[in-house]
Write a new protein. Structure first.
Length: 235
């Protein structure tokens, strides 16, 4: 049930997690807007997929269609110019000496939340929703629950607002994320996310799998495929 009079801004990349978060927000808030960031990512195809996902979710539920509002795209291309990572360069995906994947983009989620809060401030939206997860993820420190909690405090102090940062996927794995989507919109929502969302770091939309499109080899594809396998496994 929607929280009467409340509005939310969803960090919406067009991937499985953010698509599920968008559905979660549409089921809870009267007004929902989306925001994405073009930061020079190798898998920029996600920015195209997100429009298809938005249309698919609107088509599934008349109430969702009514609640879904404006979409915002922010140019953060400067981030790629200062990032030597496998998400912003044609570089090997590997574990670094620091014990983090080479796909980790330092400061990315911190910037995302800061810009999202600035947009939410202007748009009069109090709730900000992100798909960060600490249960079934790549080890990024800016996806941790502690990071998000501290970020909420900093944003509220720095902008004199009472923002609430929501991370509905924080303590569930990818299989449970598929189950959450099913609970929100049934098999039709699961199929829309499977078919139209994009997770692959390589930006591969040529190869179709049971769990969606992707190269089938990168860490993002591995996580999504394993989650789908466990979701579809007999009880």
């Amino acid at each position: 049930m929607a929280e009467h009079g409340e509005g939310a801004l969803v960090l919406f990349s067009g991937g499985q997690d953010s698509a599920t978060c968008l559905a979660w927000a549409l089921a809870r808030f009267d007004k929902v807007e989306t925001i994405a960031f073009d930061y020079g990512q190798r898998h920029a195809v996600e920015l195209e997929c997100r429009h298809v996902v938005r249309r698919a979710l609107s088509a599934l539920n008349a109430d969702w269609a009514e609640r879904l509002g404006e979409d915002h795209l922010v140019d953060l291309s400067s981030l790629s110019s200062i990032s030597e990572t496998a998400l912003t360069r044609d570089a090997e995906i590997r574990m670094t000496e620091e014990g983090l994947p080479s796909t980790f983009v330092p400061g990315r989620n911190l910037l995302f939340f800061t810009y999202a809060a600035a947009v939410a401030y202007r748009r009069g939206l109090r709730h900000i929703v992100g798909g960060m997860c600490e249960t079934d993820y790549s080890g990024y420190p800016d996806c941790r629950d502690d990071t998000i909690k501290v970020m909420q405090v900093a944003l509220n102090l720095g902008m004199a607002r009472r923002f609430v940062l929501h991370t509905p996927l924080m303590w569930i794995d990818k299989a449970e994320t598929w189950r959450l989507a099913e609970s929100l919109g049934g098999s039709k929502l699961v199929e829309a996310i499977r078919e139209h969302s994009h997770s692959c770091y390589m930006g591969d939309r040529a190869h179709s799998h049971a769990w969606g499109y992707g190269c089938g080899k990168c860490p993002a594809c591995d996580l999504r495929a394993e989650g789908w396998r466990r979701y579809r496994a007999p009880a």
